[in-house]
Write a protein that binds this ligand. Structure first.
Ligand code: FE2
Ligand code: FE2
Length: 163
């Protein structure tokens, strides 16, 4: 693979994430409002604030590589949001809470894979400052996943105890 095509993969990935993060700002607000479990709801709402910063960081990355920030439709996040909307129409209570935690975790796994690769591409292409910014976001995605995973485990333990 030539460096040119890695540069293309890099820019393409940035544009998809720029779209994804903007969709997630609204999605995380919905999740925070809709989830009764306190730990999960708080994790969603704190991560929403971080996600606004993820959008800002991506804009800085675009600037550093001399590209205009552009959002490119990303079907993965669209599908996750659609599926969630449908599930939320048909379910509520504990089942919806637990589903919300799961869909949140899936989203973080997706972002971790995307940011992990983009951090590596940025390093390879010599965009060191961009790599640092992307890695900063990567760490926040990882800790959001940890918090949601803990909330999910606690939720399941409480369910077992109350059965
Ligand atoms: Fe993010
Ligand atoms: Fe995230």
């Amino acid at each position: 693979m030539t460096t040119d095509s890695i540069e293309q993969l890099f820019v393409n990935g940035l544009e998809e994430l720029y779209y994804t993060e903007q969709q997630l700002i609204d999605a995380l607000e919905t999740l925070a409002e809709q989830t009764n479990d306190e730990a999960a709801s708080q994790a969603f709402s704190e991560h929403r604030t971080e996600t606004q910063e993820h959008v800002n960081r991506l804009e800085q990355v675009f600037e550093q590589i001399g590209e205009e920030p552009q959002a490119k439709d990303e079907q993965v996040v669209d599908a996750l949001i659609d599926e969630h909307e449908q599930f939320a129409q048909e379910n509520d209570g504990d089942v919806l809470d637990r589903y919300n935690i799961e869909v949140g975790q899936k989203t973080e796994h997706y972002e971790i894979a995307a940011y992990g690769n983009l951090t590596s591409f940025a390093g390879k292409l010599g965009y060191d400052e961009a790599a640092d910014l992307l890695e900063e976001t990567l760490r926040e995605e990882e800790s959001a996943l940890d918090e949601l995973s803990q909330a999910g485990e606690q939720f399941d333990e409480q369910q077992i105890a109350s059965d």
